[in-house]
Design a protein. Structure first.
Length: 254
C-alpha cells in the first residue's frame, strides 16, 4: 500500500473506531495477565468450534489434568477424550501434546514466561513457528496474556473489515497483516472487542442489518442496498462472549 492510500485507510479506520467506541464504549485491558501457555492452548481449543463448546472442552481438560505436565504424560487418547466436545479432538490433542513437548524443550518446563521479555514480532514469530498455531491464536496470546497492543482477527473481524473496504483480503491471516499498521495506537484490544460485537449484532454473515447501520456510508459491501430496504437479519440476542476460555482465564484468581 502506498503512503497516500495508507493515510486514507488509517483515517477511515480511525473514523470507524470512533463510531464503534461511541456505540459500545472503550475497553481497557482489564483483568489479570493470563498465563501465556493457558491462553495458547485455550485458543487452540477454540478453533473450528463455538465459544460454548471450546469452553466446555477447556473445563473438561483442566478437570481431568490439573497441570500441563499431567497432560504431557497422559496417553493421547485420554487427552482426546477429555476435549471431544470441542470437535477435531484427535488433531487438537496431538497439537497440544506437540506444543507441550516443544515448550518443555525450549524453556525447560511447561510455561511460556520467556515471551514476556520478547518484542511483539519476536513473540509472534516464536508462536507461529509451532505447528497448528496461526496469526489469530498467536495474537490472542500477545493481547490477552502479554497485554500488548495487537489486533487479533477472527472470522467476524475479517468479514467486517472487508465489507467496510478497509482491506481486500481472502483470509483472516491476511487481514491481520493488513490491519495491523492501520489500527490506532493503544486501541487494538478495544477496537477488536467492538468490531466483534458489531459483526455479531449488525453485520452478520448471512443477513446484515444494513438498514440500521451507522457505518452505511463508509461501507463498500456490494449487497448493502439489498439489505438496506429490509429489516435485515435477526439481532443476535446474546452477550459478547468471544473467547470464553480467555475471559475465564483473565478472571480466575491466581
Ligand atoms: S452497511 Fe451492512 S454490510 Fe455494510 S457494514 Fe453496515 S451492516 Fe455491514
Amino acid at each position: 500500500m502506498v503512503n497516500a492510500d495508507r493515510r486514507t485507510a488509517s483515517a477511515k479506520v480511525q473514523r470507524i473506531a470512533e463510531t464503534l467506541k461511541s456505540m459500545y464504549g472503550f475497553h481497557g485491558k482489564g483483568g489479570r495477565r493470563s498465563n501465556p501457555l493457558d491462553t495458547l492452548i485455550g485458543t487452540l481449543l477454540s478453533q473450528n468450534t463455538n465459544d460454548r463448546n471450546s469452553y466446555r472442552a477447556w473445563v473438561n481438560l483442566r478437570r481431568k489434568f490439573p497441570s500441563w505436565d499431567k497432560v504431557a504424560a497422559a496417553p493421547l487418547t485420554s487427552v482426546s477424550s477429555a476435549i471431544k466436545v470441542g470437535g477435531l479432538r484427535n488433531q487438537k490433542a496431538r497439537r497440544i501434546k506437540e506444543i507441550l513437548a516443544r515448550v518443555r524443550r525450549d524453556w525447560g518446563g511447561y510455561h511460556l514466561n520467556g515471551l514476556h521479555r520478547m518484542a511483539n514480532d519476536e513473540a509472534m514469530n516464536y508462536l507461529l513457528s509451532m505447528k497448528g498455531i496461526g496469526e489469530k491464536t498467536a495474537a490472542c496470546v500477545l493481547v490477552f496474556s502479554l497485554k500488548r497492543d495487537v489486533f487479533p482477527v477472527d472470522t467476524h473481524i475479517h468479514r467486517v473489515c472487508n465489507r467496510l473496504g478497509l482491506v481486500r483480503t481472502k483470509s483472516a491471516a491476511e487481514t491481520f497483516k493488513a490491519m495491523s499498521p492501520l489500527v490506532p495506537e493503544g486501541t487494538a484490544y478495544s477496537f477488536h472487542v467492538n468490531v466483534i460485537r458489531f459483526g455479531r449484532e449488525l453485520c452478520g454473515a448471512r443477513r446484515p442489518v444494513c438498514v440500521r447501520c451507522p457505518l452505511f456510508e463508509d461501507c463498500t459491501y456490494e449487497r448493502k442496498y439489498e439489505f438496506h430496504g429490509t429489516a435485515g437479519g435477526k439481532r443476535i440476542g446474546r452477550d459478547v462472549r468471544d473467547f470464553m476460555v480467555i475471559e475465564h482465564l483473565a478472571k480466575k484468581k491466581s
